[in-house]
Write a protein that binds this ligand. Structure first.
Ligand code: MN
Length: 205
């Protein structure tokens, strides 16, 4: 049973240079992301076996494994598409209006998101998400691959702050990695995610 599969990158490994090296992109996609995909499938298989045998002795481990690995798969799938060799600049249209509505203006959002990224304790992500209950944008620190983000939120923009995402290029200087991110962020992808989240979630929760 293979439920989850590793998606192709939407660009070449080296396409984001000099901001993110081809070496990091190759390792990050082919090794790290693939491990999450495999881990999610393995957890699903083990849960199916548990149901068949009515042996739920490992249920807490398996549920944690599923959340961690599926989180990793989902996060990286969003992240690859949040980046583009033609990215950078500032958003326009509905996304720009929404950032101003919920964060004051674009620069305030950018500062908030950057600080959220560089101050994560341990491994995690900076996340801009649509909250389907309050029908608003919020910024979260996501711990590891799955912690600290409420259900009912839809990812719009995600920045991987695990050391594997930047250490080969930036060593410990997280702020420079975040500055580079703003040069390759794909606002068109973020805008499409926001439009989709608003359509799917309106009034559902
Ligand atoms: Mn990663």
């Amino acid at each position: 049973m293979t439920v989850y599969t590793l998606p192709e990158l939407p660009y070449d490994y080296a396409a984001l240079e000099p901001h993110i090296s081809g070496k990091i992109m190759e390792l990050h996609h082919d090794k790290h992301h693939k491990t999450y995909v495999d881990g999610a499938n393995t957890a699903l298989e083990a849960l199916e076996a548990a149901r068949e045998s009515a042996d739920f002795g490992s249920i807490t481990k398996l549920e944690k494994d599923l959340a961690f690995h599926l989180g990793g798969h989902t996060n990286h799938t969003v992240f690859w598409n949040n980046l583009s060799p033609d990215g950078g600049g500032e958003p326009d249209g509905e996304l720009s209006a929404a950032l101003s509505e919920f964060f004051g203006d674009f620069e305030k959002f950018k500062s908030h998101f950057s600080q959220t990224a560089t101050t994560i304790q341990g491994s995690g992500w900076s996340v801009l998400a649509w909250d389907s209950v309050g029908e608003r944008l919020n910024v979260f620190q996501l711990f590891d691959q799955q912690g600290n983000v409420p259900v009912g939120t839809h990812p719009i923009l995600m920045l991987d702050m695990w050391e594997h995402a930047f250490y080969l290029d930036y060593l410990n200087v997280k702020a420079d990695y975040v500055k580079a991110f703003w040069q390759i962020v794909n606002w068109q992808d973020a805008a499409a995610r926001l439009a989709d989240a608003r359509t799917k979630t309106a009034g559902l929760i």
